[in-house]
Design a protein around this ligand. Structure first.
Ligand SMILES: [Cu+2]
Length: 148
């Protein structure tokens, strides 16, 4: 009887460990979301943030916002650059999505994160928290790149 209880305990422990390993693999790297080449550019009162966000999950993810933990008062918005009649304009967007295995490209002339109310021109690095539609957040450290 004691042997059987011990066996049950061992099985339960293995199951718990398996669940823990699963959770670690699933969430350990920001839920299968990874980021490549994050950088920012600075203007006198704000700037832009660019990177490639890869969706390693088996579901669609959407970037719905971002914030700067070191500049809580900054106004951060998702933007899209569109050209109409040879004129480039930016407009806010609610979300930018990536299908499973896909990516979100935040780049010049396309989608990007834009912020105002944070003077970051003297900073070499900028912490950015990406906010996704499933409520998950991923912190990224962007490095400064000078505007071309
Ligand atoms: Cu913009």
């Amino acid at each position: 009887m004691i042997e059987r209880q011990r066996l049950t305990l061992i099985v339960a422990m293995i199951a718990a460990l398996a669940i823990l390993v699963y959770i670690t693999l699933e969430l350990g790297t920001g839920g299968g979301i990874s980021v490549e080449d994050p950088y920012f550019t600075a203007t006198p009162d704000g700037g832009g943030v660019f990177m490639i966000i890869r969706n390693g999950l088996d579901k669609e993810i959407c970037l719905v916002g971002a914030r700067l933990p070191d500049y809580p008062d900054a106004k951060v918005t998702l933007h899209e650059t569109v050209s109409s009649g040879g004129v480039e304009m930016m407009r806010p967007v609610d979300r930018i999505c990536a299908s499973p295995g896909g990516e979100i490209r935040l780049e010049r002339g396309g989608y990007h994160i834009m912020f105002k109310g944070a003077r970051v021109a003297d900073e070499d690095r900028l912490r950015v928290i990406l906010i996704f539609d499933d409520g998950s957040e991923v912190e990224v450290e962007a490095v400064k790149r000078l505007t071309i």
